[in-house]
Design a protein around this ligand. Structure first.
Ligand code: SF4
Length: 474
């Protein structure tokens, strides 16, 4: 086989550039791969870290005589194996399949061994994407194909891989679909289900300090109906951290942040909360805040395996007693951003939804958080209350968002109302004679709300994005 072999070893930045260059023409594949490559290294045990720090990252590219382009990109946190524009398989450093791009479709695999497939739909934008969960038989077939592909591609490289590459890819002979299925059982003993994360936290390391929601009665929300609220003792939580670490193994390096679950872990009394933050800090290295430029790079070089911070959901009704000093103490321990289910700024709609806070509670909470140096992610429920509440929802939500003093550290998410089987929302809506919004009407509602935002210039305004509960897998 008269192959042309490019063997490249470079520093991380050079590699990223090189990979970008190789992908500019391949559309979605590049998007998928960049998403994985941008993941930051995270923490490992010291003996593991020593091993991983010595890993020399590299890309192998090879053109075969039949015109195929093979690319093998081995990084600390992941390996991507690609052929042409049509196939890309991504594995974490332990060897678990995490993502696939195949024939124009993106597949995301969860740790409980489900696979979500997404592709563009007739309706434009993220909200119009088509998605479905593969059946167990399809999951098995795709995973079997992925590992067979990885072995085949490695065998097609003309020059034998050197020892470092072989070490980094040792999983190739030990992972298969059956092992991923066994891990599903392990994963399910580790967590009550990981029900949801904000989209920017999909690659977080999830630590379940509490289970469920202490309120659990909002009519539109079925995320935690399957469990009673439970706060782990600090001993239980420390054990949970160790179990999580053992489960992830080398694959922990794909995780860039820590997310403290479930729905309202931050409602714990301050002293207990500080204990749990201290437990996280004892186990993992968290980048100090306010580092930038050279100081940030120097810290990252000195701590090649680290997390960017701790993140969590918060609500405006269980945290009324928390002061600026309380949040500042958590910020000192790594808390960087919290996500608030605002849903709406309209008090009448909040009451209809069964959300037990008033708009002014959210204003007070955000004020405390931002004064303590913690950023916020605000989640707005599009379509809530149907046509009947629409005018008030648009007007009052825009007014409330404008009163929060958001900046470029903050996020705004639009999340469409998703009805779940047997929801109380559906029953209340039926009784109230509400008319649900169509997909186009939801889009129009978002657009009208955005038109009412006054958020400053592009440089200082929060990012606005779309949040679809149906696309979440962990
Ligand atoms: S929306 Fe939030 S507060 Fe309401 S039930 Fe769901 S998790 Fe709990």
């Amino acid at each position: 086989m008269a192959n042309e072999l490019y063997y490249t070893r470079r520093k991380r930045e050079d590699l990223r550039e090189l990979f970008r260059g190789s992908c500019t023409a391949v559309g979605q594949r590049a998007v998928l791969a960049r998403k994985v490559f941008s993941a930051q290294a995270s923490n490992l045990r010291s003996n593991e870290r020593e091993k991983r720090e010595d890993l020399n990252l590299g890309i192998l590219r090879q053109a075969t005589t039949d015109g195929a382009q093979l690319i093998l990109n081995v990084r600390r946190e992941s390996t991507v194996i690609m052929e042409n524009d049509t196939r890309a398989y991504t594995f974490d450093a332990a060897g678990r399949l995490v993502g696939v791009f195949l024939d124009g479709k993106n597949y995301r695999r969860s740790l409980d061994n489900r696979i979500l497939v997404k592709q563009s739909g007739a309706r434009k934008g993220l909200a119009g994407r088509l998605r479905r969960m593969l059946t167990p038989a399809e999951v098995h077939e795709l995973e079997t194909r992925a590992y067979a592909f990885a072995r085949e591609i490695l065998a097609r490289f003309a020059t034998p891989l050197d020892a470092e590459f072989r070490d980094a890819l040792a999983w190739i002979d030990t992972y298969d679909a059956a092992r991923l299925e066994r891990e599903r059982v392990q994963f399910q003993t580790l967590y009550r289900p990981v029900s949801i994360l904000p989209p920017d936290q999909y690659l977080a390391l999830y630590l379940q300090a509490t289970e469920g929601c202490s309120y659990n009665e909002c009519s539109f929300c079925g995320l935690y109906r399957d469990r009673r609220f439970h706060a782990k003792s600090v001993a239980e939580f420390r054990q949970h951290i160790e179990n999580v670490r053992a489960f992830f193994g080398d694959g922990i390096s794909l995780r860039r942040t820590i997310f403290l679950g479930d729905a309202n872990a931050l409602m714990l009394p301050q002293a207990r909360l500080v204990e749990r933050f201290d437990a996280v800090n004892a186990a993992f290295e968290i980048m100090p805040r306010n580092l930038s430029g050279a100081a940030r790079r120097a810290w990252a070089d000195a701590h090649p395996i680290h997390f960017h911070g701790i993140y969590s959901f918060i609500d405006a009704f269980t945290t009324k007693r928390k002061s600026v000093q309380d949040f500042a103490a958590l910020a000192e321990r790594g808390l960087r951003r919290v996500y608030i289910g605002l849903e709406s700024g309209d008090p009448a709609l909040l009451e209809f939804l069964g959300k037990p806070n008033r708009p002014e509670d959210v204003i007070a909470l955000v004020k405390h958080l931002k004064a303590s140096g913690v950023a916020v992610g605000i989640i707005i429920l599009i379509g809530a209350g149907g046509m009947e509440y629409q005018a008030g929802h648009i007007r009052e939500t825009a007014n409330l968002v404008n009163a929060l003093g958001l900046d470029s550290n903050d996020l705004i998410y639009f999340s469409e109302l998703v009805d779940y089987p047997g929801s109380t929302y559906a029953e209340y809506a039926r009784q109230a004679g509400l008319h649900a919004l169509s997909a186009q009407e939801m889009q129009a509602q978002q657009a009208q709300m955005r038109a009412g935002f006054v958020l400053g210039d592009a440089k200082h305004a929060p990012k606005i994005s779309y949040y679809d509960l149906r696309e979440f897998v962990y």
